[in-house]
Design a protein around this ligand. Sequence first.
Ligand code: M6R
Length: 588
Amino acid sequence: MCGIIGVISKDNNNVVPDILNGLEKLEYRGYDSAGLAVVGAAGLKRIRAVGKLENLINKLKINPISGAVGIGHTRWATHGKATEENAHPMLTRDVVLVHNGIIENYKELKSDLLKKGYEFTSQTDTEVVAVYLQMELDNGLSPREAFQKMLRTVRGTYAFLAIFKARPDVIFCAKNKSPMAIGFGKSICVGSDASSISASCSEIVYLDDGDYAEVTKDGATFFDDGFNVVDKPRVAVTDDLINSGKGGYSHYMIKEIMEQPSAIRKTLLGNDVPQNFFDKVSRILILACGTSYHAGLVGKYWFEKHLRLPTCVEIASEYRYRSPVIEDDTLVLVITQSGETIDTLEAMEYVKKNNNTCRLAAITNVLNSAISRLAGFVFHTEAGVEVGVASTKAFTAQLTVLAKLAFCENFELLGQLQNLPQACEDSLVLKEDIDKIAFRIKDCSNAIYLGRDNLYPIALEGALKLKEISYIHAEGFAAGEMKHGPIALIDDIVPVICLCPSGSMFDKMFSNIQVAQARGKNVIVFTDFVGAKSFDKSVKKIVLPPINQELYPILYSIPLQLLAYTVTVLKGEDVDKPRNLAKSVTVE
Ligand code: M6R
């Protein structure tokens, strides 16, 4: 996590506004603190503030700094609390550094540096790198020699940007497992993602693991892990990389919820399944985390039912540590919005190392991300940049791709998929009804979500949405499992949110709801016109438009997202930047 940005002005202009602009785009990666440093007339200058970027901006108004070369950082704390001392950039006498990642051997390096008389002002792993560079400068190495030696010494994951007092014209950059892109245009910029540097750059180079680069206002020199100069291909900045702001909405999350009909429409237009894609595939393994894992669970229902392929869905962070059996002829499908979740990436690497007969494909929202570059085949969810930490449009776009895959031999269902964007559009007008339900939930401490069949994963996802942004403890259950334990949680207060449209599971789900109603007074049902007729006034109902039963998971996700959003707004919490979370999870 953490976002890093570096900017060099070609015309000697002050780069602080560009750094702040980039940090704003990167805040989704962490917002425990923010800081920046520039090379000014008086050497290296740094400013840092705890909390969100606006605190840094306010501090800069009182103590402005400026310079034509600078670096910035937005932090998601790993080592050391969210304090100003632990905020990046880390500054020593002659070098300033920002870092995204984790230095695994920082303890031994620190104890060595302490023995040599060097002092530390923070609890971070990053400061060890800055102090190490200082030591090598003190030993007489040049900035380049010190930087290269440091890269040979540290172990772990990193994207580093460093500026040395002795080379104020250069930003030294290096990457291992944490993302880094270098952009060329009005300025030369380096950032954790393309969106953060797209405002002033028209072309981008993505660094690979082990690469390092020296960036000046004249361009960049790239080195491979043997420190040989290499060429790197430039790609044009495209619209899908650009975060176009909140578009008049009060939060990114609601904007992204509203964008779902168009995201699904665009995703349906592309992503045709290549002929013979499933040839020689005997089973499917899905690897993912969080919301993407829930998409995978829906995929399992669909793949087994429609393709008759045994499908296993694994939480990526667990997968590689339990010596899993990887059978031949497995299609490994990785699902990830960001394309850089480290757990998912590592699980994928594990498969690659342990069975070379497996076909690796990814469903991702970010082309050129680490995972899309590692996968043999990429399905691109056309959701556009997703900024809200709670995934919404990327999730329904992932489901859309999974549906296209699962229904690839079923023309009837492929046809039904075309009805989805309109049905989703119609479901968005339910916001007013959902607002009323939100009032019944906002002061609760717990909530229960129930679903059956392909709506069971959506119960899990609905619960995740609510808990991650509103901090109400919520759990999703397979409705049939209630009687095996969770039913003990039902009382007159706890909301029991039930997904119960008409169709083959209706009667069973209806009975489960009766059982819940017999024990509690706060039962809320999401159903359709046909299903609604079976419920009397004692149940609060939200009535969704009709759609083919196979497509329920996509449609029924939307009102649950709206519910989580509204509850969170009513509680006055920060919808887009919930506490402790970051959008892109690059630490294990
Ligand atoms: O970028 P990814 O899809 O790989 O991210 C996986 C999870 O970190 C992500 O879905 C997370 O659970 C979101 N906060 C859910 O809203």
